[in-house]
Write a protein that binds this ligand. Structure first.
Ligand SMILES: C[S@@+](CC[C@H](N)C(=O)[O-])C[C@H]1O[C@@H](n2cnc3c(N)ncnc32)[C@H](O)[C@@H]1O
Length: 450
């Protein structure tokens, strides 16, 4: 039995989704920050609970050959990156093991899991970042939250976003300091500036939005001038009003204070118009790789009808529509459906239809209405698919199902349900959309059991 303050030499055998090393003493799991699988260390137990303990590494006695010096100075405080101390190939290995383990242990499914498709650019890959703003003892603080908290870790550089985005954030910080612009205080609900959101397209065009607890900012002209002077690639500066308490970043009302309210992004040859609210995968290069993989698994023939469930702004639907007879996309967010319809028009695609609503309600209705359905593509949020959607997928006559998931655990849970209903998992391809973190995107191909 472990006790608080006890010292133990522990070998780390695993890593959690939060990036904590996991070792075992007499069968009890001990979680240790900043320790990697394969490492041994002298660990001081700092907390004990019924089924686990938490330790602090006092010294690492056996260092993993995959250990690296993190590029970011605030890596140990910030909750944004959890794997910067591990080589990129080591990160991919851990993600591969995680997907395999979920398939084996949760889905009980012997599907082959390929090695994750790596990112060519494992740093500075994000095309959108929302940084919380806070006023601390040393002035304006802008950065990421500390893990599991709302404490802002002040950072002048974030190695996940583009260098131009760093410059935008710095310009906002200097403007707030110079004109004494108040930051929002979430404990009192007072103050003004809540978040700085920066979007950057693959063309280098930039949108900057200040999320504010109000409708106007002081010294607006000075902010616009400072941002444009420092970053001439800015095409859009917005004020978004969010007066609600809570964790939701964006409010519904947005005003343009410079330029346009939209940018254009091109994905695999199609143009997509992006507003502040549009959901877009955060890593452009890996999105192209992900979608290529989806289409490869979907193997769509020209006479086939495709359903794209949880379709967002219609990115996958419109790529699939170029191959299919018809695509029907379903999405619950009205703005995303409007974006999808506009994107279809802008790309002269006439065989894609977009329906607004919950997949659990709309998809069964489509099955009754559409005479034919050959391929289903589903890309649900982290929580996975509703059981009603899984039932409808199984009731359909579709021959292939391509499931895209950002959470291997819910993917595995849904895989077990799909297998019970006659689907066979054929092959699983993880795609590393989120280097430096434990997150992984996975594409899984199902077909009807023979
Ligand atoms: C992971 S995103 C995928 C979007 C798109 N496939 C893409 O690659 O950009 C999941 C989408 O599902 C939508 N969504 C969440 N719950 C839904 C539901 N019950 N019915 C329909 N759409 C839903 C979200 O609004 C979001 O756009």
């Amino acid at each position: 039995m472990l006790t608080k303050n006890q010292m133990a030499e522990i070998e780390i055998s695993d890593i959690t989704v939060d990036g904590l090393g996991v070792g075992r003493v007499d069968g009890m799991a001990v979680f240790v920050a900043d320790m990697l699988p394969g490492e041994k260390g002298d660990i001081k137990i700092i907390k004990t609970a019924k089924n686990y303990a938490v330790g602090r590494s006092e010294s690492v006695t056996e260092v993993s050959p995959e250990r690296e010096v993190p590029v970011c100075k605030v890596f140990r405080e910030c909750g944004g990156c959890t794997l910067q101390h591990l080589s990129y190939i080591g990160q991919l290995g851990i993600k591969h093991e995680r997907v395999k383990s979920c398939m084996e242990k949760i889905a009980k499914c012997p599907v082959p899991v390929n090695f994750p498709l790596p990112a060519k650019q494992p740093l500075r890959y994000r095309n959108k970042t929302a940084f919380p703003v806070h006023r601390g003892e040393n002035g304006v603080e802008i950065g990421c939250y500390k893990a599991h908290s709302h404490t802002v870790v002040d950072a002048k550089v974030c190695f996940l976003q583009s260098e131009r985005a760093d410059v935008c954030v710095e310009a906002v910080r200097r403007w707030m300091q110079e004109y004494d612009v108040p930051a929002y205080d979430e404990t009192t609900g007072e103050g003004l500036v809540r978040h700085v959101v920066v979007r950057v397209t693959s063309y280098g065009d930039i949108m900057v939005a200040l999320v504010i607890n109000g409708t106007v900012i002081p010294h607006q002209r000075e902010l616009v001038r400072a941002l444009r002077l420092n970053v001439p690639e800015i095409l859009s500066i917005l004020l978004n009003t969010n007066r609600e308490r809570g964790n939701v970043i964006l409010g519904r009302e947005t005003q343009v204070i410079f330029g346009t309210d939209r940018l254009v992004e091109t994905i695999k040859g199609l143009d997509f118009s992006i507003s502040l609210h549009t959901f877009l995968q955060v890593n452009h290069a890996q999105t192209e790789l992900l979608y290529t993989q989806v289409l490869k698994f979907a193997k769509i023939f020209p006479d086939e009808v495709v359903a794209d469930l949880y379709c967002g702004a219609g990115t996958i639907s419109l790529l699939a529509a170029q191959l299919a007879q018809k695509v029907v996309g379903i999405e619950i967010v009205p703005e995303a459906v409007a974006d999808a319809r506009a994107n279809a028009q802008a790309n002269n695609i006439e065989n894609a239809e977009f329906l607004l609503g919950d997949c659990a309600e709309i998809f069964p209705q489509i099955l009754e209405k559409e005479g034919r359905l050959d391929v289903i593509i589903a890309d649900p949020p982290r929580k996975g698919m509703d059981a009603r959607v899984i039932r409808a997928i199984s009731d359909s006559a579709a021959k292939r199902l391509v499931y895209v998931s950002c959470d291997p655990a819910t993917l595995a849970r849904d895989t077990a349900l799909l297998m019970e209903q006659g689907w066979a998992a054929q092959v699983c391809q993880p795609v590393d959309m989120f280097p430096q973190t434990t997150n992984i995107e996975t594409v899984l191909l199902f077909s009807r059991e023979a």
